[in-house]
Design a protein around this ligand. Structure first.
Ligand SMILES: [Zn+2]
Length: 139
């Protein structure tokens, strides 16, 4: 399923988040954890913000998170998403992972259907460049 229209570019992996996007391509949502002190971090980075260690590991997240925050977009920022408004930009929190928070979309929600703290579950979509991306639906 293409969530984003073809003309909208998908995410481009950088050195620090290459493993994150590679795991997404396998439909595995993972977060980076410091291998020395266990602190999670997202977006991925080269050093732990708690102990400055450069050692890290990837831990698979559960398929359910909770809605930390959201907003609905009514004015399209790009012509390719003109038909999609209003859509939401949501911050999904994984409490057992520090917490870590991930910016995504709750794709089955219309304005008035989202509540802070509600459970959402992970689904997978495909960006215009073929990258598999984590999305969410109401639980
Ligand atoms: Zn650390």
């Amino acid at each position: 399923m293409h969530y984003m229209p073809e003309a909208v570019p998908g995410p481009e992996a950088s050195f620090d988040d290459m493993a994150y996007w590679r795991n997404c391509q396998k439909k595995k949502l993972t977060f980076q954890r410091c291998a020395d002190c266990g602190t999670f971090r997202h977006p991925p980075g080269p050093f732990c913000s708690s102990c400055q260690s450069a050692k890290s590991e990837w831990v698979e997240a559960p398929g359910e998170g909770r809605l930390f925050s959201y907003t609905f977009v009514y004015h399209p920022a790009h012509p390719a998403v003109k038909e999609r408004v209003p859509y939401n930009v949501s911050v999904i929190e994984f409490p057992d992972f520090g917490p870590v928070r991930l910016i995504s979309n709750v794709i089955d929600a219309t304005p008035g259907e989202l509540e802070f703290g509600m459970k959402v579950h992970l689904v997978w979509g495909e960006a215009g460049n073929g990258q598999i991306i984590p999305l969410f639906e109401k639980a």
